[in-house]
Design a protein around this ligand. Structure first.
Ligand code: GLA
Length: 388
């Protein structure tokens, strides 16, 4: 008979196995098959670091179907999502680095990160709110991109693993941080559901009037991280319009119809089928890097559906946000390390960032991004996976 101590130790080990640093994720490799890149979670120890006096870690979520998601509290980043392909093989569909240091190196690409306080661009790095002008740091031409030089993507969030499928992250952004008014108390909850969806629920309050536009900047390759070009993925977007931009990717303020343009994804088309057409808007973005105006934005029907050509993996996006930035990985240059000894080669991943439209603080005609004391910013986006 084994001792009580042994059973107590076994029980403790069992309980620990679904907490922060899942030991089972430690023997890792990524191998190629003739179809997709087979995924495993990255090594948890690569996420153990101290940044600004705070500990970073890798948190693992699991569901009853064997699907797993890994998230680090460094920038609240979605690191991995292991989902079954059409043959039932688990594939890591999140493209990005495999350690905190590699994420720090690739800072400007925002891999997997929670973006705040204002996702996307604010023109000329300033805006006026209640009669007062606020100046922000410019980090993209003369504009502010993704919250400024030190956005939420490089902050260490406080993490609380609620259970084996839920992680709650919180960050308090001080009044005046990156030029924005008001103390913003932010909570983002990642939940892996049994229908193979990762649900991201955002919540924020302020003590002064401010602007807020939170999003997640996960890059996906539905054939697997590092499995080559995404140009043969098919994309369907429920958007009749998009917001055309100037050369620095600031919206002109107009909403243009997608009809008759390479921006018409109302019927599924491959990402690459029209990307090299001489369209002026595509030249400005060096490919797709545009906000689409969604026809509906509830959690009832998907507004975007993407399918990996090799894996058959389908990703559906549901959101309460009125817009989505479709970015075709145009600025990826192969400079940074990805999981499984891969690199971030050009257009080997895409992002679909749910959001309010870019530069809304300077565009009264766009849906408002203002948040006042007493109000709660609350929005949810779901990425749901299946295969066929
Ligand atoms: C966003 C922007 C892009 C680019 C990427 C990161 O998606 O819209 O222009 O900056 O982030 O490289």
């Amino acid at each position: 008979m084994k001792s009580k101590t042994f059973y107590a130790a076994m029980l403790a080990a069992g309980l620990l196995s679904f907490s922060a640093c899942d030991q089972s994720t430690k023997q890792q490799s990524t191998k190629m098959t003739d179809s997709t890149t087979v995924g495993q979670l990255p090594v948890a120890s690569g996420f153990e670091k101290t940044i600004d006096g705070k500990a970073t870690k890798l948190y693992v979520l699991k569901n009853s179907k064997g699907t797993q998601a890994a998230i680090t509290n460094y920038g609240g980043r979605l690191v991995s999502m292991l989902v079954p392909d059409k043959k039932g093989t688990l594939v890591d569909v999140v493209a990005g680095p495999g350690s905190v240091s590699d994420y720090e190196d690739a800072k400007g690409n925002y891999y997997g990160a929670l973006i705040g306080r204002y996702g996307n661009r604010i023109g000329k790095a300033k805006f006026t709110l209640e009669g007062k002008e606020y100046k922000l740091p410019a980090n993209d031409h003369d504009n502010t991109l993704h919250g400024g030089k030190e956005g939420f993507d490089v902050k260490v969030w406080d993490a609380k693993q609620i259970d084996d499928h839920t992680l709650e992250l919180s960050y308090v952004s001080a009044d005046g941080e990156q030029g924005f008014p008001g103390t913003l108390k932010t909570t983002v909850t990642y939940k892996l559901t049994d229908d193979n969806a990762i649900e991201i629920a955002y919540n924020a309050t302020t003590d002064k009037a401010t602007v807020v536009n939170l999003t997640n900047h996960a890059y996906f390759n539905l054939n697997g991280c590092g499995a080559g070009s995404i140009l043969k993925h098919t994309l369907q977007l429920d958007a009749d319009g998009f917001t055309p931009v100037d050369k620095t990717l600031i919206p002109t303020g107009k909403i243009a119809t997608v009809q008759g343009t390479p921006f018409d994804f109302r019927k599924a088309a491959t990402i690459g089928s029209r990307i090299n057409e001489g369209d002026e808007q595509l030249k400005s973005g060096q490919g797709y890097d545009h906000n689409f105006v969604l026809n509906k934005h509830t959690l009832q029907t998907p507004i975007a559906t993407v399918q990996g050509d090799v894996s058959g993996i389908v990703m559906e996006i549901f959101t309460e946000e009125p817009g989505i930035q479709f970015y075709s990985g145009n600025f990826m240059k192969g400079d940074f390390k990805f999981k499984g000894d891969k690199k971030d080669d050009n257009r080997t991943a895409f992002a679909l960032e749910t959001q309010h439209y870019p530069d809304s603080p300077n565009k009264p005609e766009f849906p408002s991004t203002e948040l006042k004391p007493g109000q709660t910013y609350k929005t949810t986006t779901i990425y749901k996976f299946s295969a066929k």
